[in-house]
Design a protein around this ligand. Structure first.
Ligand SMILES: [Mg+2]
Length: 229
């Protein structure tokens, strides 16, 4: 940006001069509620990670269903395992032992194709991004990457954000769809928008995920400029 002189903001665009002439870029304004980018949480939104882990560890839970998954332990999957198996796993002792193939083989949710298609229709394919927070384990990161290559369409494989700080992706024109209430709170604290996906461990546990997401999406205005040329 050497030689750039910042200029005026006009019609939502920042105009400026550089050595190469006049330029402008789109500037989101705080007043805008038009969503241009959608971030999709991966675990327990696009896939069924929590029941998959519980099943893998030997709990009487189907890997692709939340029907018998207890909600009282919150996000602590290790406590769900302890509850069923009588083990004494701690956070530090539990998560690092999960192997790469477990992360790579999580079933997709039944509404994953609908969610992708719906988001693409609202903001355009190039503005739908997968966002996932890995635990600090090489097996997790590698397994998540395997999952993406196995279960996501090629275009989405090139639009991923593997990050430990999803909230830093927030802007006033971005929407995060995530099952973790804290993620949504932090995203909204940075002026993004959020939809909480109902799961047994969160405040919307009684609701159907797909119909809840669909009804929430109707409350937003979306900007879809069509395919990039
Ligand atoms: Mg999640």
């Amino acid at each position: 940006m050497d030689g750039v002189r910042l200029g005026r903001v006009d019609d939502g665009q920042l105009h400026f001069e550089s050595r190469l002439g006049h330029h402008y870029i789109q500037v989101p304004t705080m007043a805008s509620q038009v969503i241009r980018t959608i971030y999709l949480d991966m675990d327990d939104v696009c896939n069924t990670l929590a029941p998959h882990i519980a099943h893998f560890m030997g709990c009487p839970i189907q890997p692709d269903s939340y029907d018998n998954y207890p909600g009282q332990f919150g996000y602590a999957t290790e406590d769900v395992v302890n509850h069923f198996l009588g083990t004494k796993f701690t956070v530090k002792g539990f998560w690092p032992i999960l192997p790469q193939f477990l992360w790579a083989s999580v079933p997709t949710t039944d509404f994953f194709p609908w969610l992708l298609e719906t988001c693409c229709s609202l903001v355009g394919k190039e503005n739908v991004i997968l966002a996932t927070r890995p635990i600090l384990s090489p097996a997790c990161v590698a397994g998540k990457m395997e999952w993406i290559l196995e279960f996501c369409p090629p275009w989405l494989q090139k639009q991923i954000s593997i990050t430990t700080c999803k909230d830093r992706l927030a802007r006033s024109d971005t929407l995060l769809i995530d099952d973790h209430e804290k993620n949504i709170q932090q995203f909204c604290a940075r002026y993004g928008w959020g939809i909480i996906v109902p799961r047994p461990w969160n405040c919307l546990s009684e609701r159907d995920p797909q119909s809840h997401i669909a009804s929430c999406l109707k409350k937003f205005e979306f900007y879809n400029r069509g395919p990039l040329k």
